[in-house]
Design a protein around this ligand. Structure first.
Ligand code: B12
Length: 467
């Protein structure tokens, strides 16, 4: 039996993932590590078990991105028609079991990611139950917020915290089950207290715990940073408002602190996780980037925007500062160049704005593939012609396209329409939310149209990389 430490001990767990594909594009357990920082600040000893800490040798780029070791497993029955191999990603079950056995934690905090990743939760929860039966398991994070019932069943736990667990921070904070605090009051502190564990002190820290992150080899090359929580927009396909109902602006001080701490630990690559990074940029992002340039010099650090930014908010000042601070690639949330698309689904972009933004980025110094755009495919009612038109238009503008298949998220305005067109039982089976299966393929936009579009986008990216 592992020896008990004097203070309370918490184990943070990032589960393994079952999927058709998984690329580690700065896939960090950001929310879980913030909870970890909160526990540490409250006197807990915290350990991290990152089940995805299994980089395939030679398949990492040194900047925090890479492939994760996998083993092919049987495809779940409901996804049998998908002509791809299903796999389990992460550390081997025996390794995980050993790590759990060596933990003396009093409580387990289980992170959840995509709604369709609950099989990994079920696997690790079973191990936790077998190896540490007396430690309560509290699940939280994105899937816990979007599909709490599925998470509760998969993780066999009564303790599912929705939102950030700190009611002072947002309307979604709440916990279900056990003797927990319901949907009012700071859910996680109340829940811990009801379990006889020391309460959490102070407000939830803005930044995740860096020392915790450094315990996973996979998470040492880059740091995730987020200025704002949520988004003021209301795109019909997006879950941001369900996760963070009210937009919350961050502070420059917190962002500087994150960069200061990470660079002191030797990290020079940063990835922004914001849903609305350019919101109020004149008062937050711009001064922050000016500070980065003054302290670190021009293009000494590297910044990435994996979650894309709003096209119309990208002014020449922002573009110039992003370039000088070291942004290696700007990903734009274009989704479509069709006016009808934006009128129907998001009202966020006039199609002529993109040409202006590409000009602004080119003037700032970005070249070739460094100007990239996400294109959404598979929204109910979307046509292949529209997708093709968008890709052609982006190629003419010199913008590198990435086709993202739509993942329907329960509770979003578009979900019911997605259920109507889908050949899968989206309402009853979250495995079918997986973008890799193209769940909303339809007569107007077939899976073959999608494959063709993805191939076309790849060619445009290759052409741009030679410029
Ligand atoms: C960064 C990001 C990415 C990155 C990294 C992906 C990754 N897997 O981590 C990239 C760009 C690669 C990406 C890709 C995709 N993404 Co994405 N992504 C996000 C984003 C912006 C942030 C995720 C995140 O970590 N948030 C941080 C949260 C968890 O931190 P937090 O709020 O501070 O956490 C608090 C609480 O959640 C809570 N908490 C968190 N953990 C825990 C644990 C416990 C125990 C407790 C008690 C509390 C708790 O407390 C925290 C403290 O405040 C979200 C949108 C969003 N606003 O969250 C979409 C989101 C998760 N992505 C989504 C989608 C659709 C995708 C794609 C499918 C897009 C596509 N079509 O290609 C792909 C899939 C890629 C993959 N297979 O991984 C959807 C979810 C879909 C779903 N069905 O679940 C979201 C919600 C976006 C949306 N707008 O709808 N994504």
């Amino acid at each position: 039996m592992p020896e008990k430490a004097s203070g309370p001990r918490a184990l943070l767990v990032q589960p393994p993932v079952y999927d058709f594909a998984l690329y580690d594009l700065f896939l960090h357990p950001y929310g879980l590590l913030r909870i970890g920082a909160w526990l540490e600040q409250s006197g807990y000893e915290v350990e991290l078990l990152d089940s995805l800490d299994a980089r395939r040798p030679g398949r990492a780029d040194g900047a925090g991105r890479g492939r994760i070791g996998r083993s092919v497993v049987e495809t779940p029955a409901v996804l049998r028609d998908v002509p791809r191999r299903y796999a389990r990603y992460g550390l081997a079950p025996d390794t995980l079991r050993e790590r759990i056995r060596n933990s003396a934690a009093d409580v387990v905090l289980l992170g959840t990611g995509m709604t369709y990743w609950y099989e990994g939760l079920a696997e690790i929860a079973e191990m936790l139950r077998e190896e540490m039966p007396s430690a309560p398991v509290i699940a939280g994070g994105i899937a816990a917020t979007l599909t709490p019932q599925t998470v509760a069943e998969a993780a066999s736990t009564d303790y599912v915290v929705r939102g950030d667990g700190d009611a002072s921070g947002g309307a979604s904070g709440g916990a279900s089950g056990g003797a927990s605090g319901g949907t009012s009051g700071p859910a996680l502190p109340k829940l811990l207290a009801s379990l006889g564990l020391p309460p959490l002190r102070g407000p939830l820290p803005a930044n995740p715990g860096l020392s915790l992150q450094l315990r996973s080899a996979r998470l040492r090359d880059a740091a995730v940073i987020r200025l704002h929580e949520g988004c003021r927009g209301a795109c019909s396909y997006c879950a941001s408002r369900l996760i963070t109902p009210r937009f919350r602006a961050g502070t420059e001080q917190d962002a500087r602190e994150r960069i200061r701490e990470a660079t002191a630990a030797g990290i020079t690559t940063f990835a922004f996780y914001d849903d609305a990074l350019l919101e109020d940029s004149a008062t937050l992002l711009e001064p922050l980037l000016e500070w980065v340039v003054s302290v670190h010099g021009e293009r000494r650090l590297a910044f990435y925007l994996p979650n894309a930014v709003h096209v119309e908010r990208l002014t020449s000042d922002v573009a110039r500062l992003l370039y000088l601070a070291g942004c290696r690639e700007v990903r734009l949330g274009v989704e479509s160049l069709d006016e009808g698309f934006h009128a129907r689904y998001d009202r966020k972009l006039r199609s002529n704005a993109i040409a202006q933004t590409v000009r602004v980025l080119t003037d700032a110094g970005f070249r070739g593939r460094e100007i990239a755009a996400y294109v959404l495919a598979g929204l109910p009612g979307q046509t292949a012609d529209e997708l093709r038109g968008t890709l052609g238009g982006l190629a003419r503008l010199g913008c590198a396209p990435y086709v993202a298949e739509y993942s329907p998220v329960p509770g979003t305005p578009l979900f019911e329409a997605a259920c109507e067109v889908s050949r899968y039982p989206l309402r009853s089976e979250p495995l079918c939310h997986n973008n890799s299966i193209f769940p909303t393929a339809s007569r107007t936009l077939t899976i073959h149209d999608l494959w063709r579009a993805k191939a076309e986008a790849r060619v445009v990216r290759l052409e741009l990389s030679t410029r």
